[in-house]
Design a protein around this ligand. Structure first.
Ligand code: ADP
Length: 544
């Protein structure tokens, strides 16, 4: 095994050594049978066995980086970053655009890799993950020059008119990305775009369940960016913790419990970070809503990616008067959803990405049923396939005493609760430790806007759902335990910078009035200046 930091840079070839443009033929994947009955990833010494969760075929092994190797990789990246930061923003933009072209050129290979390690439909790999990543390059390369330009400021206080003021955006250095398994390409490829434009190097620790998309990003980047500027270190949680210990900024996307550990570890070195954590997103349907649109949106918002999205609809509150009609329409929508492995395309949803996640979904549904919920459709594993399939499910008669309404399920389950009125809907929507996003369906958009302001969540969609995530003009971040900081929008670029303030004297007096010595004359000057500058009203400023 190659272990020295200097040679780590080509290690991916050992893990994923595929020629450019090559496909992963299914015939080369070995079945690993019963071993994967309990995990989508198998820990085997210093190797991770990656498994296709839809077929249970063993796909490929990747290695586990040790702590010293991760530190070595970050050092190499930091060297590369020094040179990258010297380049103009225009040069960085040009390379990022070539990177986007490479993504487009390799979209079939990328989609195949995503499908193979997540079990999702190829359509979603393309329409969500690849689309998002290209759109991130598109958006950020358009705003980077303006957003990163040093900004001159002029003081509002006449005393400081003698100073020239400027604010510059300087890169943090090496940004460590710790990424999850639900969108393994989007969270590596898309997320690194603003960090690179801001002049950082990036080291990515992909999820041990889905490391292949990250390795593919590293391979595509290696052909365009300075050597070692974009690196991937594979491994388990320990590898993530090592990266937190040596990166200059940490961007974490994952569960609340791991996010808290990452924040505690970052506190040891006071490393700045952003956390995008879980969600339990509510969708409210008012009695005047277009119920057909609301039902179709709910089915998609809750079931795309087999419900394994932080922004997926996890709770539905519908006004009593339309609850049964809405449920009927929703069940009709869910009946039409086609599930299976991608090779059975066209399909709408695939498998869960890990056996662990399948177990969580089962336990939440079982808990709800035990406590009195009614299964309208689904409610069990899909036994037609070998992989980790759970049938799209609708539950009614749910309450907030059930895990399905309080904990993140991250699965294809739609629990519906009938509520008395919109006040109750709002109270229920806010009754959560999460606050990522929410949706409201009503024809009264004025009312919806006022309700939106009362929902404690980072984003609210009106007569729509989830799609705000792929609109980078809007900031995306969570309230409460859903996270700290945000991505997207100009702030999603500047968060990868430290602001540096510069003040330059314009006059060149021998001595400034605030400097030593402190004389009685200076004291009385300030005593007169303070009322003059800060008292309200001209008369009071002058006359006291
Ligand atoms: P899940 O529980 O849904 O699998 P996690 O939040 O645990 O998701 O994982 C998200 C990412 O965080 C993965 O890349 C994982 O390896 C990494 N990770 C897990 N534990 C730690 C840790 N203690 N420190 C840093 N990263 C970690």
């Amino acid at each position: 095994m190659v272990t020295t930091p200097g040679s780590i840079r080509h290690e991916w070839r050992l893990c994923l050594g595929k020629p450019r443009g090559a496909r992963y033929p299914r015939s080369t994947c070995a079945k690993i049978g019963s071993v994967v009955a309990t995990a989508a990833v198998v820990r085997k010494g210093d190797l991770i066995q990656v498994v296709n969760p839809a077929t249970l075929e063993r796909v490929r092994d990747v290695r586990v980086f040790r702590d010293d190797e991760i530190r070595g990789t970050v050092d190499l990246c930091r060297d590369a970053q020094g040179e990258w930061a010297q380049r103009s923003v225009a040069e960085r933009i040009e390379i990022l655009r070539k990177f986007r072209d490479a993504i487009v050129d390799h979209k079939d290979e990328i989609a195949a890799t995503i499908v193979m390690e997540t079990g999702k439909p190829a359509h979603e790999a393309v329409a969500v993950e690849i689309f998002y990543s290209c759109n991130m390059v598109d958006y950020y390369t358009k705003i980077a020059a303006e957003t990163l330009r040093p900004e001159s400021r002029s003081s509002l206080n006449p005393l400081f008119k003698t100073k020239k003021l400027e604010v510059a955006c300087l890169p943090h250095g090496v940004v460590g990305f710790i990424t999850p398994w639900n969108f393994p390409f989007m969270f590596t490829c898309g997320d690194i775009v603003p960090a690179l434009l801001a002049g950082n190097g990036v080291v990515i620790k992909p999820s041990e369940i889905t490391p292949l998309s990250g390795l593919l990003v590293e391979r595509l980047a290696a052909e365009l960016f300075p050597r070692d500027l974009v690196r991937v270190v594979t491994g388990y949680g320990e590898a993530g913790a090592s990266l937190v210990g040596c990166a200059d900024y940490v961007s974490f996307t994952g569960s609340v419990s791991t996010g808290k550990k990452v924040m505690a570890k970052a506190a040891e070195t006071l490393t700045p970070l952003s956390l995008e954590l879980g969600g339990k997103d509510p969708l409210i349907v008012l009695s005047d809503a277009d119920l057909h649109r609301a039902a179709a949106a709910t089915a998609w918002g809750a079931l795309f990616n087999a419900g394994q999205a932080c922004i997926s609809v996890e709770r539905v509150y519908v006004e009593k008067s339309v609850a049964s009609e809405f449920t009927r329409l929703l069940v009709k929508e869910v009946e039409k959803v086609r599930q299976g492995p991608d090779e059975h395309a066209p399909i709408d949803i695939g498998s869960m990405t890990s056996a662990r996640q399948l177990g969580i979904v089962e336990s939440h549904v079982d808990d709800a049923v035990r406590k009195g919920a009614h299964v309208e459709i689904g409610g069990r594993r899909n036994g037609r396939y070998q992989g980790y399939f759970y049938e799209p499910t609708v539950l009614t008669g749910v309450t907030h005493d059930m895990l399905i309404m309080t904990e993140e399920t991250f699965g294809p389950v739609i629990p519906i609760m009938a509520v008395k009125d919109r006040e109750e809907a709002l109270a229920m929507a806010n009754d959560s430790r999460y606050g990522l996003s929410a949706s409201i369906f009503t024809r009264d958009t004025r009312l919806a806007r006022s309700m939106a302001r009362q929902i404690r969540a980072g984003a609210v969609c009106i007569n729509d759902c989830c799609v705000n995530y792929i609109v980078p003009e809007l900031p995306f971040g969570g309230f409460k335990e859903s996270g700290i900081g945000f991505r997207h929008s100009p702030g999603g670029l500047t968060k990868f910078c430290r602001q540096q303030a510069m003040l330059e004297d314009r006059i060149g007096l021998r001595r400034e009035p605030v400097w030593f010595p402190y004389t009685e004359g200076k004291a009385s000057l300030f005593n007169r200046l303070i009322p003059l500058l800060f008292r309200s009203g001209l008369r009071r400023k002058i006359l006291g």
